[in-house]
Design a protein around this ligand. Structure first.
Ligand code: NAP
Length: 485
């Protein structure tokens, strides 16, 4: 019998009042249920928020380096279980085992990084205009923060929200994505085993419209950090606008890679494949548009298609598999719907385009890595996020046109360029409308110790990760102290 996983409220693992649960199903093998999670609603969320509020003053009174010690201890516990946590992640989300291991390691690094922030500078001193006056800024936690996370990075994203929130002295209520609640459960479990006081971290599963909605509506919440789709993020923003609740939204992308004519073609093809297809294209930073200078268009596309056809799609726990399944039937349908739309709009299918069937494929939600040629900027496939392994190719007559195409979307999360031309690279860095900019690297694959976030419709609010993450979870206090009378 699959295990029943409970909510964590006030330090206790508890069932929800209705006793209803929902299953966590393996998208590579739908016969496998990893566990059942609590189908919580407003009642559980309200209790969790109230308990988080009760615990907050005591937690904030603990010196920040001591708060950081809980993160260090949890990091150690997660690292000691890295292989099994990663395997659970592959089974619940579908990404390959090496990708899952990399992500769990990243969660460990995030916990250690923010554990260390507990002992680093939370403030700064500034000279006063007046004699004998000592001025400084210090940071205070906000209080209770609500964290709403997506399924595609089920360890890293909960880690990069919880760790800065906690070390800054906030208490948290996290509502993870219903498609991948086990990976965040493992992080919360490690924090509990590390001895974090009851009520400081609260974990409540349930639907977005039920538990998620109740979380953002709770009056104790001082901030909401959300990662997910633009539709939901924009609705949360509207809902919270009148309440002076701090909001951070990390949402979708339509990320371009520009390849200039001086690029090494094999290298460029590998960058495109990594960005577009790894993790089944289910990264907010995935590349979905390749913008290629016309001189190298034909030979690069030939290499790209040949390499794409050689990719191994299957169950991510098997060695050698490079691309796992779509996360569920609905995402698979979205992928296939966009493939159909692209065809109807006149894009030319170069490879892929189908659901994979037969043998193990019949048990999961597998789709072929897909490339479309002759994609025009006005097509939906060039403008809308698919969140699957679908890459559109666009030809550019020169660098300037490549930049116009790259910037001609509502999103601005990540963008990359493949070139050895330093002038063009710097012009790209200055002109590209994206929060994450990579050169001779895929659009995806960011590191925990630097700020993360986009521009335009991709993001709203302050940055996550790196030193800037603490800004969202704290409020400054400015002190003027005259030490003579
Ligand atoms: P989603 O459907 O928007 O869900 C995200 C989270 O919001 C889930 O926990 C979901 O709960 C919850 N939710 C749904 N409706 C809600 C509501 N009315 N009130 C409160 N919470 C609600 O997104 P997703 O499908 O999980 O993730 C894919 C999207 O995330 C893509 O668009 C991707 O680009 C984006 N993403 C962005 C970043 C970034 O940093 N920019 C990173 C990763 C992913 P349920 O799971 O229970 O529905």
């Amino acid at each position: 019998m699959p295990q029943v996983y409970r909510n964590l409220i006030a330090g206790e693992w508890v069932e929800c009042a209705s006793k209803k649960t929902f299953p966590n199903v393996n998208p590579a093998n739908t016969d496998e249920v990893l566990g059942h999670f609590q189908a919580s609603g407003a009642e559980e969320v309200n209790t969790a928020c109230a308990e988080a509020a009760k615990a907050q003053a005591t937690w904030a009174a603990l010196p920040a380096p001591r708060r950081g010690e809980y993160l260090f201890k949890a990091a150690e516990l997660i690292e000691s279980r890295l292989d099994s946590i990663a395997e659970d992640m592959t089974r619940e989300e579908g990404k390959t085992l090496p990708e899952a291991k990399g992500e769990v390691k990243r969660a460990v690094n995030i916990f250690r990084y923010f554990g260390g922030e507990g002992a680093r500078s939370f403030s700064y001193q500034i000279p006063s205009e007046r004699p004998n006056v000592f001025c400084y800024m210090m940071r205070k936690p906000l209080g209770v923060v609500g964290l709403i996370t997506p399924w595609n990075f089920p360890s890293a994203i909960p880690a990069w929200k919880m760790a800065p929130a906690l070390v800054a002295g906030n208490t948290v209520v996290i509502k993870p994505a219903s498609l991948a609640p086990l990976s965040p459960y493992r992080l919360v479990e490690a924090l509990v085993e590390a001895g974090i006081p009851g009520g400081v971290v609260n974990y409540v599963t349930g639907s977005g419209g039920g538990a998620g909605n109740a979380l953002v509506e709770h009056p104790a919440i001082r901030a909401v950090s959300f990662t997910g789709s633009c539709d939901v993020g924009n609705r949360l923003h509207e809902k919270l606008a009148g309440r002076k609740v701090r909001v951070q939204l990390e949402m979708g992308g339509k990320n371009p890679t520009i390849v200039l004519k001086d690029a090494d073609l094999d290298y460029a093809a590998d960058i495109l494949i990594n960005g577009a297809f790894f993790s089944t294209g289910q990264k907010c930073t995935a590349c979905s548009r390749a913008i290629i200078e016309k001189d190298i268009y034909k030979p690069l596309v030939e290499k790209l298609v040949a390499k794409t056809k050689a990719l191994k799609v299957g169950n991510g726990v098997e060695p050698g598999i490079q691309i796992g399944p779509a996360v569920d039937e609905s995402q698979l349908d979205t992928d296939l719907k966009y493939i159909e739309i692209a065809r109807k709009e006149g894009a030319i299918l170069l490879c892929g385009g189908n659901r994979l069937t037969g043998g193990i494929y019949d048990k999961g939600f597998f789709v072929e890595p897909t490339i479309f040629d002759k994609v025009k900027p006005e097509m939906r496939i060039a403008q809308e996020e698919v969140f699957g392994p679908v890459l559109g190719l666009m030809v550019a007559n020169d660098f300037e046109e490549a930049m116009r195409l790259a910037n001609g979307v509502q999103f601005g999360l990540s963008a990359s360029i493949v070139s050895r031309d330093l002038t063009r690279v710097h012009q790209f860095i200055n002109g590209i409308e994206a929060g994450l900019i990579t050169i001779n690297l895929p659009t995806a694959g960011v590191e925990y110790q630097l700020p993360f976030g986009g521009t335009k419709e991709s993001s709203f609010g302050m940055r996550e990760q790196g030193p800037l993450a603490l800004e969202f979870y704290t409020e400054s206090r400015t002190v003027y102290l005259k030490y003579t009378q």
